[in-house]
Design a protein around this ligand. Structure first.
Ligand code: XMP
Length: 546
């Protein structure tokens, strides 16, 4: 063992069940790096003081390096952008530690005991929004721990294909493809590794896809002749009828995929122990769905529902991309010779439009607050590394192009994210009537609402592509919320974000002309009562709304 990294997590060191480690681990004389919760744990175990926080800090901060210098922060420019996501905070480092960096809100942003080789940071060096995070991790791994760089990216396809052959043995692989980047690349890796005789694909049209998607898949995969289309709209929408609870929706969709899979396997006579299932799961899916030992659930992923988990436990699943991030998946796809029409597509979640079509249990009014209108809509957020639902704050202000409102949104959430607060902020782009008249309507997933969302999404996608804005963003979810006036009972939320791996993301300002243009076309649909822009970065808001 060359070193230990104690990672972040949602727990507080003062919780009964919080993860900990035996003090003797710290006496192993190897370097230790604590990140966020890892800093608190190290501090707590070594006799320092951690203060319990109930609000926390989520988002960007500027790091100021102390003059004394630090091996961990060597080469990092002073006044560096870092990304924070925490509730508790270290107020007094343990004896022997120096403070090596601060921010305006955190006096212990980085601390270290260079003699014992203990290092700890409050911010997250592992996310791309910490601009020199990679440098910090490299300092720890290569300089402080003395690790060697023996990972050869050029060999990764060979390694992954060896793993596929090993896992499959003499069995064949049956794949669900969605037309998205991950499942396409995973499918092609298996195809390359085992040959076309041994790999089959099925695309399930859940009725929750975007406009034109099934046609795209039909045309794209026609060349391979290996993917068949299974029409399942009625089955999926039937299973979701009357369901309003967001996590239950995700669960039902995941299990429904398993039902379809079981049926297809049975119909095809594949129950002879000669087939295993392939999935396009990538590393963030596993981390964010709590799939690593102590990770909290940020995303409840449809690839990790109990039915699938049973297959995983029985060794009947192969996930060739499970160790990779999205940008690496795209790079692997390019090495396999896949074109931009497949690789440059925006990510689209497996549960589809269902998790962008929000539901409500009952009719409710919004509440006026000093900052804006609190909408009684439950949207998911990621505060301090765990997934939680909270209302949304709506600002009565047209979003400008300078990103000013996005910056304010982060502050508002940091201030208002207490137990009865909110985790997301939207700005009003256009509404049929003033905000005080709006209310949330009792609603569930229906054919009509999914069609409405599909139409709104198609308008936004078309305008975004035509204007070139599409190239500025990593993903552009369009969300339907049951908020309106009179007979127009739904509103549309635009959620353009910039990201590298989906783990963190920035809300992107939209050029005013484009925003006005989108709003005009959306408001021409009589059922749509309003258009809003989501201003929230991730954290504190997730990319999707459920
Ligand atoms: P969140 O909302 O967790 O999303 O910030 C991060 C990225 O993951 C996508 N996503 C999913 N993809 N199945 C998927 O295949 C899912 O259940 C799922 N949930 C979120 C999301 O679109 C974004 O790119």
């Amino acid at each position: 063992m060359k070193g230990i990294v104690i990672s972040g997590g949602p727990a507080s060191v003062y919780d009964d069940e919080s993860p900990t480690l035996d003090r003797s681990v710290l006496e192993a004389c190897v370097p230790v790096l604590g990140i966020c919760y890892g800093q608190h744990l190290l501090t707590h175990l070594l006799g320092g003081d951690v203060r319990k926080g109930d609000k926390g800090e989520f988002g960007l901060a500027l790091l100021d390096l102390a003059e004394a210098g630090s091996r961990l922060l060597n080469g990092v420019e002073t006044h560096q952008q870092v990304w924070m996501s925490h509730r508790d905070v270290t107020v007094a480092p343990p004896l022997g530690f120096q403070i090596t960096a601060t921010t305006s809100t955190c006096t212990t942003a980085a601390i270290e005991d260079a003699v014992r080789n203990f290092y700890a940071v409050q911010f997250h060096p592992e996310v791309v929004h910490t601009l020199q995070g990679q440098r910090i991790l490299a300092n720890f791994l290569f300089d402080i721990c003395g690790c060697a760089k023996d990972w050869d990216a050029g060999q990764r396809i060979n390694l992954v294909q060896d793993q596929i052959r090993q896992r499959a043995g003499d069995r064949n692989i049956f794949f669900f493809v969605s037309g998205g980047v991950d499942s396409t690349v995973a499918f092609m890796l298996c195809l390359d590794a085992l040959g076309s005789e041994r790999v089959r694909g099925v695309y399930v049209d859940t009725g929750l896809m975007r406009e034109g998607e099934t046609q795209f898949v039909r045309e794209t995969f026609a060349g391979f002749g290996l993917v068949r289309i299974e029409e399942c709209e009625e089955e999926f929408l039937g299973a979701l009828e009357g369901v309003r609870e967001p996590e239950l929706k995700r669960h039902i969709i995941g299990e429904q995929f398993v039902r379809v899979q079981e049926r297809i396997i049975e119909q095809q006579g594949l129950l002879n122990g000669r087939w295993i299932l392939g999935q396009g799961t990538i590393y963030p899916d596993t981390i964010e769905s709590g799939g690593t030992a102590r990770a909290a659930t940020i995303k409840t992923h449809h690839n990790r529902v109990p039915g699938i988990q049973k297959l995983i436990d029985a060794g009947l699943i192969v996930e060739p991309l499970a160790d990779f991030y999205k940008d690496e998946v795209r790079a692997i796809g390019r090495e396999l010779g896949l074109g931009p029409q497949l690789l440059d597509r925006h990510p689209f979640p497996g549960p589809g439009l269902a998790i962008r079509c929000l539901c409500a249990e009952s009719d409710q009014h919004s509440t006026r607050t000093p900052d804006g209108w609190l909408l009684p809509i439950r949207s998911v957020g990621v505060l301090g590394d765990s997934r939680s639902y909270a209302p949304v704050l709506a600002l009565d202000a047209f979003p400008t192009e300078d990103g000013q409102l996005q910056a304010e949104a982060t502050e508002l959430v940091n201030r208002g994210s207490g137990p009865s607060g909110f985790n997301r902020v939207v700005a009003r782009v256009a509404t049929r009537e003033p905000l005080e008249h709006q209310r949330v309507f009792s609603s569930s997933i229906t054919h009509g609402r999914v069609d409405l969302l599909r139409a709104a999404d198609a308008i936004v996608r078309e305008m975004s592509l035509e204007s070139g804005f599409d190239k500025e963003v990593w993903q552009f979810p369009v969300v339907l919320i049951p908020l309106g006036f009179g007979e127009a009972r739904d509103s549309v939320v635009l959620r353009p974000i910039r990201s590298v791996d989906g783990m963190t993301a920035d809300s992107v300002p939209v050029p005013s002309d484009l925003l006005h243009g989108m709003a005009a076309r959306l408001m021409a649909i009589p059922e749509i009562a309003g258009v809003y822009l989501d201003l929230t970065h991730k954290p504190p808001g997730t990319i999707e709304w459920e």
